[in-house]
Design a protein around this ligand. Sequence first.
Ligand SMILES: *Cc1c(COP(=O)(O)O)cnc(C)c1O
Length: 368
Amino acid sequence: MNVPFIDLNNVYELHRNEIDIGIKTVLNSGAFILGKYVGDFEMNISKYIGTSSLGCANGSDSLLLALMAEDIGIGDEVITTPFTFFATAGAISRVGATPVFVDIDPRTFNIDVSKIEKALTKRTKAIIPVHIFGQPAEMDKIMQIAKANNLIVIEDACQAIGSKYKGKMIGTIGDYGCFSFYPTKNLGAFGDAGLISCSNEEKYEKLKSLRVHGSKVKYYHEIIGFNSRLDAIQASVLDILLPYLNENNNKRIKIAEIYDNELSHILDIPYVSSGVVHTYHQYAVLVRDIKDRDLLSQYLTKMEIGNGVYYPLPLHLQKCFNSLGYKEGDFPVAEDIAKRILSLPMYPYLDNDQIDYVINSVNSFFNK
Ligand SMILES: *Cc1c(COP(=O)(O)O)cnc(C)c1O
């Protein structure tokens, strides 16, 4: 048997008719840039998330747009986690600000809120918590620190659309929510696409202007923005897939439950904080003995089971951030997790035989 790490063809196969019609409709209309189909999707996704939301070119840009909307730049510091996809910290550097990393919680892999206050300085302007793998960060504490210190909170919800924290939709708790529709995300387009949610009307208007080179009236520019529009064809695809998102997230949760039950005796399974809905963008386990991670990965690959290490090198140790002056040992939790973590196949279309095959293969590795 062969269990791919992710199977994107399935999405098109399952929705072929609707998607073919949707794309053809856009092609026939000629409304390729913003316009009706982007507007329709923005309306529907805003309803889903519960806050006004604007499409943009990708998730990385949504982070950049949020920072630009707050005029965060040279001389400013932004606190975030070293255990995330590069884009989180990359956006901070791209606006000229300095990423300030804080170690993670060993159970949730999210920013350790007990360590944020020690990282604050006069220059701190914002916190970017990441809801890693679909698990919500500890937002109550983060919002409390932000309020006490007059900081902006930008939620990197790129892996967590549909996740909930104490009944609230992820991306609606901070000042901004940033989402990615990269094809492998829980709601994936057939190319690049992103979204930013923001409940402040003035900032919403600013974001709208920033994504079209800082103009409200065409060819008149009040501020400097860039081109980061959501593509109309991608918007039409997303509008078709959005109604299936909750059902698909629930399927992920069910699969995680099966994995949990069958693997917890040999691996550390994902921890779920109380009061949250975790949507399992990744199902990431920890091996108990560091030596086993690469061996297990190789074994699964040999058994034709897709698997992946997210993330092998925490951001504070990335070459491009050498100038920030971090060194090995600065964030021992993130460094340890990076050596022990492994993601197993996780998507709504995994069938029972595939799930059993993954479970049996992991078990046979440890029973050898
Ligand atoms: C995917 C992702 C992004 C970037 O999204 P793109 O659409 O690929 O630009 C940012 N942050 C996190 C945590 C992500 O997983």
